[in-house]
Write a protein of this length. Structure first.
Lengths: 379, 100
């Protein structure tokens, strides 16, 4: 790899959206039809390196405002199914045939979080087609998997690009990849690297050895906080539907919903989707729904206090009881949904939690709704 | 602060006879469930298991078994409603509208 072989490629439009005429909706299960195709003209591609297996795109290790803006959009859940790059081989720095090979997913945010940690490193990046899903979730689905890895190694002719036979996979890809099968079929030895890309350089420096800290997945307050906007955004639609129903009930004269109902519900949604996830380990209990329920109880007590309870109540005790039953049920359910975002809940655990919590949640909400209407009728 | 989820639910099993103590399980486990004691794997903290399936998939001696699945309520609800295996429908979070 000499300087001469490094040439800038012509710029081609940033993204080409290939949409088959029959494609309906944007389901990630059929997402082959809709593909955001990043070309060599993409802002994060800095050039091309010619190799025995053909030209390899060289990518920047610095994130640009457009990359960060893209991540922000993803965090809020906009067009998440289409934030992907083309699978294949890329590189950073000036790698040669002895440089390490890092394997990752084709979700653009995953790819970005990897390359931003590679400053000063010469390495190859093998991007698997995970349908725009991050490594861990894709491993769970099997797309960051044994077969895709074996196919991709042969498609990019990795054996002609490097002379060694080691590839580094993110540890969280292990639930989709059978390392010994890959080795048996391709000759490449799978080395499970650290959980976090930030530890990669140290891992490579240590001769591909990860210490216990590098191996353990964390879920700290910041990890949880960045996941909450998407939870909040996803609950906006059901919230608006409920508001629409309440409005219609008011119009027909059946309902007498007011500002208290509005902020009580809005606050509950915030508690279930943002506050409970953020405070997760600090809230007593093990089950997510219990944590959410507890927070909802505190909030409904707060709502009552704000409305003059217990001395000068602004509404009847029936309505108060209804709040105490409905609001915690809603926040418990929303908190239960955060299990999917967490890094430590098991299928058996969530199933058990649901068996235990869904019946009381539904009963509590149902009785609460009945009380709410009874309260209105008695008014 | 350490996260703790429900106790006594994980389906993780280790076949002591088949285990050679190669240590692959402790390498791939994201929650430090395993340790290697006297050339054999030991399940130290079974309640920390999140059933990701990495250990059983990477055990060259098929000594580990676990029913892998997603610990995601939204996926399980969807699975119950559609009668299919619960599958994570999105990039790790619920209700993104993907596949629903």
């Amino acid at each position: 790899m000499t300087e001469d072989s490094f040439k800038k490629t012509d710029s081609i439009p940033l993204k080409v959206r290939l949409k088959a005429p029959e494609s309906s909706g944007s389901c990630c299960c059929q997402s082959d039809k809709i593909l955001m195709k990043y070309s060599p003209g993409a802002s994060w591609v800095t050039g091309s390196l010619s190799t025995a297996a053909g030209p390899v795109q060289k990518v920047s290790v610095k994130l640009q405002p457009s990359d960060i803006w893209g991540s922000v959009r993803m965090r809020f859940g906009f067009d998440r199914d289409n934030y992907r790059i083309e699978p294949g081989i890329y590189c950073v720095g000036e790698p040669d045939s002895s440089s390490p090979v890092l394997v990752t997913a084709n979700y653009k945010m995953t790819f970005d979080s990897l390359r931003m940690e590679l400053d000063g490193l010469n390495a190859w990046i093998l991007v698997l087609d995970t349908k725009g899903i991050n490594v861990w979730c894709a491993a769970g689905k099997g797309t960051f998997g044994t077969n895709e890895l074996i196919d991709r190694i042969s498609k990019v002719k990795l054996a002609t690009i490097v002379t060694h036979r080691d590839i580094i996979l993110p540890q969280l890809g292990a639930s989709g990849v059978s390392a010994y099968t890959v080795t048996r079929q391709t000759g490449f030895r799978v080395n499970y690297g650290p959980v976090r890309a930030a530890d990669l350089k140290e891992y490579i420096r240590n001769g591909m050895k990860a210490d216990a800290g590098m191996r353990e997945v964390r879920f700290n307050i910041l990890d949880r906080l960045v996941l909450t906007p998407n939870e909040l955004v996803s609950s906006v639609k059901p919230f608006l539907i409920i508001l629409g129903i309440l409005f219609l009930l008011n119009m027909t004269g059946i309902g007498h919903f007011g500002t208290v109902d509005l902020y009580a519900l809005a606050g509950t949604i915030f508690i279930g989707t943002v506050l409970t996830p953020v405070l997760l380990p600090f809230i007593p209990g093990r089950a997510f729904s219990f944590k959410g329920w507890l927070m909802g109880m505190l909030w409904s007590a707060g709502v009552l206090l704000m409305n003059g309870f217990p001395q000068a109540p602004a509404f009847g005790w029936l309505t108060a009881a209804a709040y105490m039953l409905v609001l915690p049920a809603v926040s418990a359910y929303l908190a239960l949904n955060f299990t999917g975002c967490s890094t430590y809940t098991s299928f058996s655990g969530v199933k058990r939690e649901m068996e235990l919590s869904l019946p009381p949640i539904l009963i509590s909400a149902a009785i609460g709704v009945v009380l709410l209407f009874t309260g209105m009728l008695l008014k | 602060m350490k996260h703790k989820y429900l106790r006594n639910v994980a389906t993780l099993e280790l076949d002591f006879e088949k285990c050679t103590g190669c240590g692959k399980c402790s390498e791939v486990c994201p929650h430090g469930v395993f340790s290697i004691v006297e050339h054999k794997a030991v399940i130290g903290n079974k309640d920390a298991c999140m059933e990701c399936g990495a250990c059983s998939l990477n055990c060259p001696f098929s000594a580990l078994s676990v029913k892998p699945g997603v610990g995601c309520a939204a996926a399980i609800i969807k699975g119950m409603l559609t009668g299919t295996e619960p599958e994570c429908g999105c990039s790790g979070s619920s209700g993104s509208g993907c596949c629903s």
